[in-house]
Write a protein that binds this ligand. Sequence first.
Ligand SMILES: Cc1cc2nc3c(=O)[nH]c(=O)nc-3n(C[C@H](O)[C@H](O)[C@H](O)COP(=O)(O)OP(=O)(O)OC[C@H]3O[C@@H](n4cnc5c(N)ncnc54)[C@H](O)[C@@H]3O)c2cc1C
Length: 666
Amino acid sequence: MALDSKIPEGSISDKWTNYKDHINLVNPANKRNLDIIVVGTGLAGGSAAATLAELGYNVKSFCFQDSPRRAHSIAAQGGINAAKNYQGDGDSTFRLFYDTVKGGDYRSREANVHRLAEVSTNIIDQCVAQGVPFAREYGGLLDNRSFGGTLVSRTFYAKGQTGQQLLLGAYSAMNRQIGRGKIKMHNRHEMLDLVIVDGKARGIIARDLVSGKIERHSAHAVVIASGGYGNVFFLSTNAMGSNVTAAWKIHKRGAFFANPCYTQIHPTCIPVSGEHQAKLTLMSESLRNDGRIWVPAKIEDAKAIREGKLKPTQIAEADRDYYLERRYPAFGNLVPRDIASRAAKERCDAGFGVNKTGEAVYLDFAAAIQRYGVDQARLKHQDENDLALVTKLGTEVVANKYGNLFQMYEKIVDENPYSTPMMIYPAVHYTMGGTWVDYNLQTTIPGCFSIGESNFSDHGANRLGASALMQGLADGYFVLPYTIGDYLAPDIKMGTISTDSPEFEAAEKNVLAQIDQLINANGTKPADYFHKKLGKIMWDKVGMARNATGLAEAQAEIAQIREEFYKDVKIPGTADSFNPELAKALRIADFLELGELFAKDALNRNESCGGHFREEYQTPEGEAQRDDENYAYVAAWEYKGSPSDAVLHKEALVFDNVKLVQRSYK
Ligand SMILES: Cc1cc2nc3c(=O)[nH]c(=O)nc-3n(C[C@H](O)[C@H](O)[C@H](O)COP(=O)(O)OP(=O)(O)OC[C@H]3O[C@@H](n4cnc5c(N)ncnc54)[C@H](O)[C@@H]3O)c2cc1C
């Protein structure tokens, strides 16, 4: 099957406008004849469901949590980008587009990214109208801060709780439609298969997680908004429930899976503390606006710190290595995440790590506290040479900006980050790969769409900070509502789709068979045992640095764990009751397949780009070495019975509007 990305004709800045001017529309009276299933109620699914229902479609929404407002999006901390140029610092649609393509190391589709930059400004207006309390400046205007990979301030934020506030906005928009009966909400339901009738997605099979009942749901189109798959690593900053099941099930039904190996390892997370940990905690990238990252310059100081003989505050300025500022003077601490993460690993691998395991670097606010303190003292006509006063005033400013993050850090690490630098280390955070979609956000299955983090669409090989919320809301509020109408226009007279058909029957049987197999395995080990094993292989061999030998080993080892899993997993309880262990095992079964494809994809890509770092392909300075001649393509994998048999399709990437050069942030 040839991949057709359906990019509209015309210049990059006219494509989206021309597209909207010429697509098929569904008239308001006919929208009520059409049903749409939306799997997921995070920022992508929530905004899509609310908008589609507002337009008049009948929406059936699904989430596995007990409420849409508990979707993982609620955890997003730092902010959301938009090319408003409120700061007058030179931002524009083109610059946001350019930064995103460059940030993704030239592995994303230009047309989609430009559209994203265009609609970014609408998102802010939409959310403000909903009452999202973005931070404001003294004069009342919306405030901005900077995120990595940019030279402008374009990130809108609500303290360190931006995702929560945005999700409350989307959730209230959804609730309005739930109240009107236009959205039928199915909380605590997990989609376990896609139903295809005559070549088109026409429904899903879902399990009621409370009763264990298997249900059939039909619609004229199905939208997958199920989030990312970072939890394939077991430990990540994602919510523990985040999983790949919905995306993987559609993959097995014919949706190509694109660039599975593109994973973002976030540089500022609280380091792993032990074997019994099930979750990692992010310290938002916004902290890099003010925090300076460093390790001791002398190896003996690093050793003394690890042994508890020296404190970071005892190390003189001259004996500190602010390695990001040293290596990347133009962007400093605000280089993109992939670069900051690798630089931290490089210093720790060289022996400069500062916690007991040697896998941590410092994020230090002392300079910012002094800077803000002096500023405040001047403003208040107080003594700027009074160190105690300046520290107090500066601490207040930092607390106002990042208070909840500092509090979270102190609760977890039991150290006061105002007076001693935070310790941070990279951790798995976001997945740029996902289901392949065309310009319409439609997968290779007609009628099956994929939005938000579950698709691969906009971020190439590395997502810039604060761009995931932008993409999820762009897809849900502003893109899908157009593109799905174009697809549905011929179906207006079809009537309700029956679930009493051989296709629904077969899909339901498929789900029941897998549940039966797992429940009856009667093994000896809990599902988590296999997940942890998978995660360790993923981190050691498919993580921040990969090589051909490790990747080949990983594929074989993951296939082996999968085999053991089906023989030896122990799931207590029954299939037809509330059974969280069964729900977990079903998700892990899919991670065990995805993990293998992930390693296969990484092995296929003989280059380094963005978050995909192959040790064999690096510059003498240790930077990612792309191979544009051979790898400027999206790797879209077609399922053929097992991950090892997956077939590669290539979507060539064309760069007409940005110059394809090796990335530099110096
Ligand atoms: C700690 C943290 C902080 C972050 N901070 C930022 C930030 O500041 N700025 C930024 O831009 N990005 C940030 N991100 C990334 C961003 O939060 C996510 O990429 C984004 O929220 C994903 O939204 P989504 O709607 O695609 O998916 P999610 O919010 O993950 O929602 C997925 C939905 O799908 C449902 N679902 C999944 N599978 C099934 C199934 N099989 N059946 C039924 N329902 C299912 C879930 O119930 C849920 O409702 C952060 C990420 C993390 C981990």
